[in-house]
Design a protein around this ligand. Structure first.
Ligand SMILES: [Zn+2]
Length: 271
């Protein structure tokens, strides 16, 4: 890694994380995580990689504040509030940081495509979560199409799916323009990131509907993603694997999206 990139990456990440902490988008541990992830991605990949991360971070933070009061009644379903902590930051950016670290030692274009797929996935998923819950129609479970209450893990809406595609496409377009004047410039990154991000976010929903740990608070008679409900009482597991929480699902989805992007890139090269 170039020392200058490391220094600039650290400085930029520190400023952005401090602002997000002050604004209430990040908890303190989340700010520390954001500095680690941001510095690694900028130092390993350079500003083109950093741009995608910043686009994800800024738009997701803005959307989580958007109509926050309308979303407030749903917050008891979710595992955590909108102040993102270290685990959430690593779940969304950790895989991308590992790819950037690899890129520093083996600068292959496919690693950038895989990175774009990972960020497209977490961007698509966050946009869909933040805006999909505002949908007027009830979500349907991605596995069997059954209608479920708003905020249910694995529930999808048409609005959320369209928004996911938009969030993934934005990352693809930025990835294309960021490399416009570089030798690895390739328009393919736009459709690849758009499709990988959309499918990655649907994979996230699929895991949310099947493998993710979902609990039930007997006292409030509510389903929740949290092992301990907001009311302070312990909950009981009703489905999924105890070790796989929402953060784990997000991380696995980002790995899935980046793998899809890499496979599509290889297939396209073989044409
Ligand atoms: Zn409760």
């Amino acid at each position: 890694m170039a020392p200058l990139n490391l220094l600039v990456g650290f400085g930029l990440s520190l400023v952005i994380a401090a602002l997000a902490y002050q604004r209430g988008s990040l908890a303190f541990s989340g700010a520390v995580g954001a500095v680690i992830v941001g510095t690694t991605i900028f130092a390993g990949g350079g500003w083109t990689w950093g741009l995608l991360l910043v686009a994800f971070f800024v738009t997701s933070s803005a959307l989580s504040h958007y109509r926050a009061r309308a979303k407030e009644p749903l917050s008891e379903k979710f595992q955590k509030g909108h102040r993102r902590d270290m685990a959430q930051v690593l779940a969304n950016g950790g895989w991308g940081a590992l790819l950037a670290f690899s890129f520093a030692y083996a600068p292959q274009p496919i690693l950038f495509i895989a990175f774009a797929g990972a960020i497209a996935t977490v961007n698509a998923d966050t946009w869909a979560t933040e805006l999909g819950v505002l949908s007027k129609s009830l979500p349907r479970l991605v596995t069997n199409g059954r209608m479920v209450p708003v905020g249910t893990s694995g529930g999808v809406t048409l609005l959320g799916t369209l928004v996911a595609f938009g969030g993934a496409s934005l990352i693809g377009v930025l990835a294309f323009f960021a490399n416009l004047f570089s030798p690895i410039s390739n328009f393919l990154v736009v459709p690849i990131a758009a499709v990988a991000g959309l499918l990655g976010s649907l994979f996230d929903s699929l895991l949310g509907a099947t493998a993710q740990a979902i609990y039930y608070c007997d006292y409030d008679q509510q389903e929740t993603e949290a092992a301990r409900h907001r009311c302070g009482r312990d909950t009981r597991l009703v489905r999924g694997w105890r070790w796989l929480d929402n953060d784990g699902v997000n991380f696995l989805a980002s790995v899935f999206g980046s793998g899809l992007a890499a496979i599509m890139y290889r297939l396209a090269q073989g044409l």
